[in-house]
Design a protein around this ligand. Sequence first.
Ligand code: HEM
Length: 398
Amino acid sequence: MTDDQKRPEYDFDFHGDALDTIFDDYKAMREQCPVSWSERYGGFWSITGYDDIHAAEGDSDTYSVAPSMILPSFGTDRPLIPLDIDPPELTAYRQILLPFFTPQKMDALEHRTRTIARELLDDVDGQDVFDASVFSRMLPTMVFSEYAGFPVADAAQFDEWVDKIVFARTDEEAVARQAASDVYAYFTDLIAARRRTPGSDVISGLLAADMHGRRLDDDELLDVCYLLFVAGLETTAGTIRASLWYLAQHPHDLATLAADATKIPRATEEFLRALSPVQAMARTLRRDTVVGGVEMCAGQRVALVFGAANRDPRHFADPDEIRIDRAENPHTAFGIGAHRCLGSNLARREVNFGLEEFLRRFPRFELAAPAPWHGIGPLLLRPFTAASDQRSVRPPHL
Ligand code: HEM
């Protein structure tokens, strides 16, 4: 870029409270500067167009995932495997991980997922108001922990670590770093225990996995476990919570899904498109490049803003409207390139079965207090019961 060219800038952020108004940011960025620079987190470019993001995802010669896709980091300078590994090394790691996440393997978790969901709903049944974020968090935490071999008894500790690593990291880096170091220590012990006494879980499977004639070493195992831990729990929790948040405010859509559970999978895709828990992932430029007429330099960080791509009007009609029956929905919530989410089969089932069980138990509910659409914080819901219907038809002065 020459000195007299002005760098397009937008004070963009995709974490914390900035998510309250992020969909307005996307509109403004699309109109003013689809590729723009933000000074936050050491400085990064944002690419917001659907086609530009597709092109970047397919160009690992220009866009590297090293040192990390996560901006700012999840409290560690170690690579998250396979997220922070570029092709061709990426392929071998994905090959050993994919068998643990096949549709068939995930189908086998249906019964357990529904049972856990029902038990969690039993805990709140009969309450006038309850915090649905507990359900949203505990369901994926318990289902995946059981499957992966993370001791479910430590679930409350997992949630505390995830809060610090995923959510506190933007303001309190030291807190995230301490939590990350605690998680590495925890998994070091857990991997050693599984090495001594293997089970039928993912950790034991990874210990035995053949990676082109060798086993994963302890560091690699640790870096895979850390990624599965941070990627597998909070993202799905956020999706279930955001779906309930939306349905609590759209009684017609709620009634539609409660009356016909076969419509839930399509609605889930729409919630993933419009309210994705992962709004952006970062890359680092290996070489200078130009996108949308904007020159970017080797070494600079770039956010691929999936959340903006998912609302690109050139690809989605009325993108800011949530249509639970949207038929064509090629969203980018799970990424689209070589690093496409390995957990999407699991995440989709957890959300679908979770919503189905929730709506069967509570076919009508509303927000009992305002709450942001994003994150995994409290979501107070008030279910309607026959008794509350009686109350609601009573004239207000009685
Ligand atoms: C709704 C829930 C989820 C969302 C929205 C989500 C989203 C994503 C995204 C955007 C990426 C990066 C794609 C890219 O940059 O191209 C990713 C990667 C990944 N996700 Fe998920 N994810 C979810 C759930 C899960 C679950 C439940 C697991 C595992 C238990 C998981 C495991 C992974 C792994 C291992 C990767 C790295 C893949 C690679 O680098 O090759 N995710 N996910």
